[in-house]
Design a protein around this ligand. Sequence first.
Ligand SMILES: NC(=O)c1ccc[n+]([C@@H]2O[C@H](COP(=O)([O-])OP(=O)(O)OC[C@H]3O[C@@H](n4cnc5c(N)ncnc54)[C@H](OP(=O)(O)O)[C@@H]3O)[C@@H](O)[C@H]2O)c1
Length: 324
Amino acid sequence: MHTIPLPQTDLAPSVLCLGGVPLGSVLDEQQSFAVLDAFVAQGGTFLDTAKVYADWLPGERSISEKTIGRWLQARGQRERLVIATKGAHPELATMHKPRMTRKEIVADLEQSLRNLQTDVIDLYWLHRDDPQTPVAAILATLEEQVRAGKIRAYGCSNWRAGRIAEAQAYARTQGRPGFVADQMLWSLAAVPQAALPDPTMAAMGSALFDLHAASGLPAIPYASQANGYFQRAAADTLAGMNEGSRRLYDTPENRRRSQAVQALAAETGRSISAIVLGYLLGQPFPVLPIVGCRTVAQVEDSCRAAAQSLSAAEIAFVDGRAGR
Ligand SMILES: NC(=O)c1ccc[n+]([C@@H]2O[C@H](COP(=O)([O-])OP(=O)(O)OC[C@H]3O[C@@H](n4cnc5c(N)ncnc54)[C@H](OP(=O)(O)O)[C@@H]3O)[C@@H](O)[C@H]2O)c1
């Protein structure tokens, strides 16, 4: 799998990033290690997790980070990998109450370092925003962590375009890169912001897209395969899809997009995953999709797709802006 340098950093992760939500929870430790090993065997070097994964399930807290930490110890290849994790997520019971003070960010980061059994986080994400906290205060805390050698670079997740622009403008006045990447919900599926089950999530929309296109800021989208919607629609297995995901993705617009995906797959001989991920990989700025693979077979299928991007005409065909 090829790598993509993140501008203004010394990081060059694999173009696909493996999502950490199921590690240690939905998947037991042995299954988690098998998925991680399979990803590395395919050339993957980029892992995404968060302190809060998967605390909404019963069991040990931060089990995803802890599982990755044990896997890193067992395999001994920390230096080859780009480890990304996230902090500053609200408490799950009080999602409306931001946690964005210096004290909260530093406490989360210290806990993540311990969970991951590492001295430094390569890419540290703010999991959410608090629009009431000035960007200068937030960036000051993150810069302090860079200077202390605890993080190499930082990015934002689920931030609105206006706040990202504000943070980047402030960083420029300090002669610093600011956010080196942005993590939002984005895939070939149409998902209006208003349809999201959690209003603190941010979906790719026109303002955010324009910001990325104008600045070249890399996008590292989550739910990049629409939770398997297009693969399931093509295989006629939508009935087995998780209820919440099906409600979000199985809309008339996405059924139409699915028909276009299947037509393009038949015409070009590409897999459904190659078209779904190729849609993101063909965009006019760097995109490194986070894939949420649950099995080794899914890891291998998604990684095979990483070499292929759609042309601008193919992108316009599958998202319905042009015929073929
Ligand atoms: N920043 C944030 O707020 C945020 C929010 C959510 C997620 N994330 C990150 O993004 C990661 C990925 O999110 P996601 O799980 O929603 O991503 P996703 O890749 O869109 O969805 C994962 C699901 O897609 C299906 N799938 C994966 N690979 C497949 C393949 N090759 N063929 C067919 N189906 C396939 C599987 O469904 P089945 O299980 O039904 O087989 C899998 O559970 C998370 O683990 C996390 O690291 C971040």
